[in-house]
Design a protein around this ligand. Sequence first.
Ligand SMILES: O=C(O)C(=O)Cc1ccccc1
Length: 304
Amino acid sequence: MTRIAYFGPTGTFSEQAALAFADGHELVPAETIPLVFAAVRAGEAEFGCVPVENSVEGSVSATMDALAADAPLVAVAEVVLPVRFSVLVRPGTTDVKTVASHPHALAQVRHWLDENLPDAAVVASTSTAAAAVGVAEGRFDAAVSAPVAVHHYPLAELATDVADVRDAVTRFLLLHKPGVVPEPTGADRTSVVAVAADRPGELAGILTELALRSINVSRIESRPTKERLGEYKFYLDIDGHITQQRVGDALAALHRRCHDVRFLGSYPQAAPSVERDAADPDTSDDSYAAAAQWLAGVREGTRA
Ligand SMILES: O=C(O)C(=O)Cc1ccccc1
């Protein structure tokens, strides 16, 4: 049976995302995000499921770092889930002195905690479900958890449907070893990470390579390379699929100009944006093919 390692333990949002990807597969929890990557790299699981960004808190840095380091893994699918929380306590709890959760969850309920549990000390845990385990074991008084966690642990709901920002969502990736690129669907996303050369206008140059080919950038994020202060890698999510000429051409251009480029996958968009191929015929595959044919003819001396 196909195994999907997910950021666990049972009852996390990542488990919900893994279920959304593939019901019926064997789901195996890993305690941390790097351990999900390690399980896929070691072949203990074929796929890994991790959160990558949240509409309120931004990128999940553990995922961003693991995507750029060690043996490459590529995203083959994404899913976007609404994120609302339940605050769980041991049955009968009246006094909450400590409240625990994953930092991304805590950041999304800060206001609610200030209003409802102003005296509780806030404690970071490895995941929302690890916080629920901690409450069940008596280490914390309350956990900010995914709504499903109440079905996995002997806890009671102090509050449900908690979220400072209504409609917050988190995007999750399904990861695999390189070698599998899903077929293009017409509404795909391609992710790469590039280490830019340290020279004037370099970031503008990278973006220009994309703009010239009518490629929409849906996300750009910088993170330190961790080697030298001031040296950054740029994560780019762009609309399109690696098999499209303009996308391949743009990534080849980035490869020429950047110190390093790592392909992080081409996969169907969970919430498709505008289909840009249709909008710009000059950058269609047909247009690239016609231009390549003309150039070959000129070089052979059969065309001018
Ligand atoms: O801890 C979890 O449940 C996760 O899957 C990470 C997370 C935390 C907060 C919001 C979305 C995902």
